[in-house]
Design a protein around this ligand. Sequence first.
Ligand SMILES: [Mg+2]
Length: 247
Amino acid sequence: MIKDIKLVLFDLDNTLLSFSEYWTEATHTIFYLSDFTKDLPFDEFFSYYRQYDQYFWELHHEGRISLDEVRQQRLIKTLDEFDQKISTEEADCYFNEFFHQLIHLVKPDQALHKYLLELKKSYQIGIITNGKVEEQRAKIQKMNLHNVLSEEEIFISEEMGIEKPHEEAFHIPLVKYGVAPSQAVYIGDSWNNDIVGAIDAGMSAIWINPQNMEAPTNHKPLFITENMLTLKEEWPLQFKEVKLASK
Ligand SMILES: [Mg+2]
């Protein structure tokens, strides 16, 4: 049952930020800039790179390898397919160049700012994101989100010492806001990290699901929407109805 919601928390990558689009574009740019890759066939490279990226992310989610290892190994294994050997240090340089390109692409979104400011009139808001402090802050800065959110309203896993979907990654922010889990909603695109994590932590959740994927578990989000644009259209309306129905 939905009680009065006081706090609205968002995921960052692929929720507030179109990370996949930027990721693909920056991967393309760095491919043609780097001496390691520029002479290879892009489509073949990218196909292997995406497969290895997915494979190593799964190992990371299982807690078997670090984020740095994901970034190193997806490139090392892809280049291996082309009989090309590179060191982990060289793979780190490739990633750093890629990230530089990615950050360069990130632009502020006025419609998003407006929506968050509108929400802020009725609720406390914030971000909980998995990732490295320096990288996540760089994205938030390029999005100009500091105009909308204070430092205290941004929670980064590296800083908290725990990642979503662990309950603790949701409870640390809730304690800071002084809000009970039942009075908070979490909005994100990852079923496991965001929806399962938030619901298991006692919160409500809204699933951003652009690919129209099937829900892999029985967890019940408040509702499912395609992206931030559709959320903006649907949510305050749906939310009022939910609030009314719960009275
Ligand atoms: Mg995400």
